[in-house]
Design a protein around this ligand. Structure first.
Ligand code: FPP
Length: 313
């Protein structure tokens, strides 16, 4: 009861702050919070055009917005952040823009890996990396190895990624195992399938954010977002700041997630939540347990501020 009252007073406080049009500096005490946030970062080009700048300048500012978001995720104890940085369809952009994005990616991997590591961030690259040049593939491999044991935040960066590609590559991998006799066809269930997706071992996104006023999923994490809450913001990606992020978090907190279950269940059924709901919550609990080191727990109880230097991550 006391916990419930505290929760509602925290929600009320945050709503009051928002209604006063002030930027909430921290909503760390709000609950429930998303464990995994996926973001379709859209609007770099329009942001640049509106300022008479090149699209590439927009992407560069987009990288700054990524750094801020990572900092804010750590501040709010978000466990997994998945960013759609380069889709399998983005190769169709003008050669000069693709080239500039490759340079940004190379530079980010080259200069930011150490900072990610210092801040306890584990980098995972999702997508078919074979299409990138050798230098990017080597930097990607080094960055993933260097940060693989970090637990404060898992940062998935999707490059040359498409949700349909992910489903197909998982299907091919499972088919090969069936052919070799490693698994039987009738053993394939959702859990087996998920283990072959690029996001294996990571709980599905709770919240999917898309910026710039577009209302599409654009082939991002198609399987994984089956039960995600969607939040669409009109803010263009380079302007997606702490206030915009906090608004997304607050909106999530006030959503009513039922995973296909019914809200007005008869009282006898109330005690027995749907299996689906149970197993998804269980996946989160299990993941939390694995990713909450004693240090991390102590830190989140005393101070939710990001570690020094994380702003450069
Ligand atoms: C969408 O804006 C953005 C992208 C296609 C790329 C997002 C990239 C970054 C944030 C930079 C980091 C990326 C890498 C690869 C390191 P848009 O160009 O589609 O914008 P528009 O819809 O306004 O034209």
């Amino acid at each position: 009861m006391v916990a419930k009252l505290k929760l509602w007073s925290a929600k009320l406080r945050a709503l009051t702050i928002l209604s006063r049009q002030q930027a909430p500096t921290s909503i760390a005490d709000l609950s429930p919070k998303p464990h995994h946030i996926a973001v379709i970062m859209d609007g770099n080009g329009r942001w640049a055009n509106s300022k008479g700048l090149t699209r590439v300048a927009g992407h560069k500012r987009g990288v700054d917005a990524v750094k801020n978001l990572i900092k804010n995720c750590i501040k709010n104890d978000i466990k997994v952040l998945s960013l759609f940085a380069f889709s399998s369809e983005n190769w169709g952009r003008p050669e000069s823009e693709v080239q500039a994005l490759m340079e940004l990616l190379t530079n980010a991997l080259d200069t930011q890996t150490k900072k990610l590591d210092e801040n306890g961030i584990q980098l995972r690259l999702l997508g078919d990396l074979s299409r990138f040049n050798k230098k990017i593939q080597e930097l990607a491999s080094k960055a993933q190895t260097a940060t693989q044991d970090n637990q404060s935040l898992i940062l998935n960066v999707a490059i040359n990624y498409g949700g349909r590609w992910d489903i197909l590559q998982a299907t091919k991998a499972i088919s090969a195992k069936v052919v070799s006799g490693e698994i039987a066809a009738d053993q394939i269930d959702e859990a087996v399938f998920e283990q072959h997706l690029a996001t294996a071992d990571i709980p599905d996104p709770d919240l999917l954010i898309r910026t710039s006023g577009e209302y599409r999923v654009s082939n991002f994490l198609l399987w994984q977002t089956a039960y995600s809450e969607f939040y669409f913001s009109d803010v263009l990606w380079p302007d997606f700041d702490e206030q915009a992020f906090n608004q997304a978090l607050l909106t999530y907190t006030n959503r009513d997630r039922r995973f296909g279950g019914a809200k007005d269940k008869p009282s006898a059924a109330k005690v027995q939540e749907s299996d689906e709901q149970h197993s998804r919550q269980y996946a989160h609990d299990e993941f939390d347990e694995k990713h909450s080191s004693p240090d991390r727990i102590a830190e989140s109880q005393t101070d939710s501020a990001p570690k020094e230097g994380v702003k450069h991550a």
